[in-house]
Design a protein around this ligand. Structure first.
Ligand code: ADP
Length: 484
């Protein structure tokens, strides 16, 4: 790849145990840049035997990795994080080329992703057990927390680095090993991260990346008895399927699935601030995140004023090549994503919605779409229930708080919700009433390594980040001892 300071970060092979290798039958998959469809390179289309070999190495490595102290593991992870910081610009370039997002966002994601490695490098030292007061004088009740074992991660293309570090960092800190299957569209960020882990001295087999056919690899990662846990981020449909596939071996699961985030603007809100929060939440990564505002509810009493402020901000956003420094919004990931946005928009306008900004493809490249605002959206439109995953803000109107809450909760999803209000009592009421795993009040950006990220309802379960995040990678062992 051109323009990298450290070209060795661009890996077209997989690291299995201590060897960078092609698929054993030589098969490869082409990876393209979504902005201009140019070929970036190829990655191995691994065979079942190759993936099984990775599982065997992971199982072997887990024993000695778990035997290290948390401080020893933490020191290696901090070294890994130092190398990520040193190579931040190259990692951001790799990400923008394979994913399309604006370079500033890629830099942000590398920093954000790395914060999980540093956080868990420390948090691993604080996995405390418990001693429970005796029920009989001769008995002792002791709780040990031990690494769960070999773990697997299946990750999506929208955050090619952070979705990996959010899973790998707590796993490694707890003494687990990890096999990662990145999305086929964005394998190079994953491979570069693992190259740096290797350079940092993290032992062979502890962290490996397998590329190839998603269904085949998914079958192995969900059915192999040596793998004790699967962490998945992606669509609810694939999540359901993986959960079913994990049932025969009763694998522990973390699922971070789709969202249909409501963004409510109450009449007491600071409208300027609410519009900025909505821009940040809605248009980040061209609208392709699971916590992007998907339905915007504006109190009818302030609708004209708010829409005027918001629409002007949307019209100022610049669409283009993520590598250009003034680009705010890059391309969508593929033609299917663009087709879905067009279909949802057509359905909404056919049923009476009004386009206030954008409304069609952008001429910057084949996969770019104009940042779009539509108003007068109703529940009858598909856009009210489907995850848009594109740069379209659908505006609904409501009259009172009860109506806003009812509408906001009327979905199978429960990941993130946002609201803007300066009424303190309302803030408590609304936060408690929203059926979501995360609530942003007067902010559109909620994610950080120190707080638990995750959903309820059909958005999944398990938490990433914070002291809660490491719990997903430890098993509780109860020791009952008779000391007579
Ligand atoms: P998205 O719509 O974000 O691509 P998906 O749920 O389709 O979400 O993909 C998320 C991850 O799941 C990707 O790594 C993808 O390759 C993987 N994946 C897709 N289908 C399967 C499957 N049948 N088994 C295992 N993994 C899969």
């Amino acid at each position: 790849m051109q323009s990298l300071t450290n070209p060795e970060l661009f890996k077209e092979q997989c690291l299995i145990n201590d060897r960078w290798q092609d698929a054993s039958n030589g098969a490869r998959i082409e990876v393209t840049n979504p902005f201009d469809d140019s070929v970036i390179g190829h990655v191995p289309d691994l065979t079942e035997d190759d993936v099984n070999a990775a599982v065997a190495h992971s199982a072997e490595a887990q024993i000695s990795w778990a035997a290290k102290t948390a401080a020893e593991r933490g020191a290696l992870m901090q070294k890994w994080a130092d190398l990520i910081d040193e190579n931040k610009e190259d990692l951001a370039i790799i990400m923008t080329k394979e994913q399309g997002k604006a370079l500033a966002e890629s830099r942000g994601e590398i920093g954000y992703g790395n914060s999980f490695i540093r956080w868990f490098a420390e948090e691993g030292k604080r996995v405390y057990g418990d001693v429970i007061p005796a029920t009989k004088s001769e008995l002792r009740h002791v709780i040990l927390k031990q690494p769960i074992g070999v773990c697997a991660a299946i990750t999506p293309w929208n955050f090619p680095a952070a979705m990996i570090t959010r899973k790998a960092a707590p796993a490694l800190a707890a003494g687990c090993t990890m096999i990662i299957k990145p999305a086929v569209q964005t394998p190079y960020s994953a491979l570069a991260l693992v190259a740096l882990a290797e350079k940092a001295g993290i032992p062979a087999g502890v962290i490996q990346v397998v590329t190839g056919d998603a269904a085949m690899i998914g079958n192995i990662l969900t059915s192999d008895e040596r793998i004790k846990k699967l962490s998945f981020t992606g669509s609810t449909n694939i999540g359901r399927k993986l959960m079913a596939q994990c049932a025969p071996t009763i694998k522990k699961l973390s699922l971070e699935l789709g969202g249909n985030a409501p963004f409510i603007v109450f009449e007491s809100a600071d409208l300027e601030k609410a519009a900025d929060g909505l821009i940040a939440s809605k248009f980040r990564n061209a609208g392709q995140t699971c916590v992007c505002a998907n339905r915007v509810y504006v109190q009818a009493s302030i609708k004209d004023k708010f829409l005027d402020i918001f629409t002007k901000k949307v019209e100022a956003l610049k669409v283009g090549n993520g590598m250009d420094k003034d680009t705010d919004i890059g391309p969508l990931i593929n033609e299917d994503a663009l087709d879905k946005v067009e279909k949802l928009l057509k359905d909404a306008t056919d049923k009476g919605a009004t386009v206030l900004a954008g409304g069609s493809r952008h001429d910057a490249s084949a996969l770019t779409y104009q940042p779009t605002v539509i108003s007068g959206v109703t529940d009858e439109m598909d856009i009210a229930t489907e995850e848009i995953f594109g740069p379209v803000a659908p505006i609904f109107f409501f009259d009172d708080e009860a109506e806003a809450i009812k509408e906001a909760n009327d979905t199978i999803y429960g990941l993130a919700a946002y609201f803007y209000s300066t009424d303190f009592a309302q803030a408590w009421r609304v936060t408690e009433a929203l059926e979501y795993g995360m609530v942003g009040h007067n902010t559109g950006m909620i994610s950080t390594e120190v707080a638990p990220f995750g959903g309820v309802k059909q958005s999944g379960f398990g938490r990433e980040g914070s002291k809660y995040g490491i719990e997903d990678y430890v098993a509780i062992k109860y020791w009952c001892s008779d000391v007579r």
